[in-house]
Ligand binder design. Structure first.
Ligand code: GDD
Ligand code: MG
Length: 342
């Protein structure tokens, strides 16, 4: 069985970290986001198709070095084709029912149970569902008691949302769904394809689950997901290999070869590999990129510091992104991909 992982797109809401790396390679508790996802795949899935474009070579390199016991196919689109276009672009690798997974979700969904549900319902498509308070950044469904979805609206205004149940970003599809997608075009699965399947087949189902769910689409949720996973592991902090920590870490995570000086407090923050933090520093709700140094006596709150940046001694920053290097060529100034026609 195959699983397509949608790992393209620029991840613009996670800049500056996505200026230098693919969104799916962002570390979560010191392991790339995509590795967490692949570990949740059922045994039955023996082939993983990575639908990628931006920074394809980094993803390929990662999977050359790490074995997950599954065949990994790196399927690079010539240009971003959107969530629907990327699925269609993988169709030569699909032989039967297949999963499609957004790469930026951390959750407790049991995909094997979802598969059983899908088979029992004889569904053409099953999507995972999660309740949220503020639905307007997501796909929202109208659902009957038996699980049939009768309506799917992508990113509706709050007043137009049919319910509080959102698309949690994991789909189980029958190959016939591929017939609905025109090849080689920028197509949104959520906006253009799901509504057609609902209308034409009447066999579009929703699968609710318990536990936790988080979209790691922006810096704030990136910090929150670390807090959630630390809590689940009953830890107040995690550090990688060869770290020298003289200060205090609270609800924070540090990568490999990180040093934190005396009288420094790191709170609700994530430090990538090879970060050096001086003495008497306060970091609160910060994400600090690879190879960054933060000078003595600095105070940073709600700050994202991109890879390789240097923050001078005594710097005070609040609610900013630190990035003094060129923005990579072709990197969009606005979000593209899933948001089409907005
Ligand atoms: N290969 C490829 N090509 N992947 C893409 C492209 C593309 O052109 N565009 C986006 N992706 C990938 C992203 O990397 C992400 O893993 C996934 O497709 C979804 O795109 P996002 O840009 O993250 O969409 P979103 O977060 O605004 O909304 C989606 O996720 C929500 C749940 O988090 C939608 O599926 C919503 O309906 C859903 O509720
Ligand atoms: Mg997303």
């Amino acid at each position: 069985m195959e699983a397509i992982i949608l790992a393209g797109g620029f991840g613009t809401r996670l800049r500056p970290f996505t200026f230098t790396r693919a969104k799916s390679l962002l570390p979560i508790i010191n392991e790339p986001m995509i590795a967490h996802l692949i570990k949740t795949l059922p045994k039955k899935v023996d082939t993983v198709i990575l639908a990628v474009n931006y920074r394809r070579e980094q993803i390929e390199e990662y999977f050359c070095k790490h074995d997950f016991g599954k065949t990994i196919i790196v399927n690079e689109e010539p240009e971003p084709l959107g969530t629907g276009g990327a699925v269609k672009f993988a169709d030569k690798h699909i032989v039967g029912s297949f999963f499609v997974l957004n790469a930026d979700i951390i959750c407790s969904l049991n995909l094997a149970e979802m598969l059983r549900f899908h088979e029992k319902k004889k569904a053409v498509a099953t999507i995972s569902l999660w309740p949220v308070e503020n639905v307007s950044e997501f796909g929202v469904v109208d659902i009957r008691k038996d699980g049939t979805i009768t309506k799917f609206v992508e990113k509706p205004k709050a007043e137009d949302a049919p319910s509080d149940l959102i698309n949690a970003g994991a789909y189980l599809l029958e190959p016939q769904v591929l017939n609905y997608i025109e090849p080689g075009k920028l197509i949104s699965m959520e906006k253009q394809i799901f509504p057609q399947i609902i209308q034409n087949t009447g066999r579009f189902f929703g699968y609710k689950f318990q536990g936790h769910w988080m979209d790691v689409g922006r810096i704030s949720s990136y910090i929150s997901v670390h807090k959630l996973l630390l809590e689940k592991q009953k830890k107040t902090f995690i550090t990688g290999d060869q770290c020298t920590i003289q200060g205090i870490l609270r609800q924070s995570c540090a990568g490999n070869r990180v040093s934190v000086g005396k009288n420094t407090t790191v709170e609700s923050s994530v430090l990538f590999d090879e970060v050096t933090i001086g003495e008497n520093v306060t970091l609160d709700h910060c994400v600090i990129g690879e190879h960054v140094s933060i000078g003595d006596g600095s105070v940073l709150r709600n700050v994202a510091v991109g890879d390789n940046e240097r923050v001078q001694d005594g710097t005070v920053l609040d609610n900013v992104v630190v990035w003094n290097q060129p923005i990579p060529q072709g990197y969009p100034s606005k979000q593209i991909g899933n948001v089409i026609g907005e």
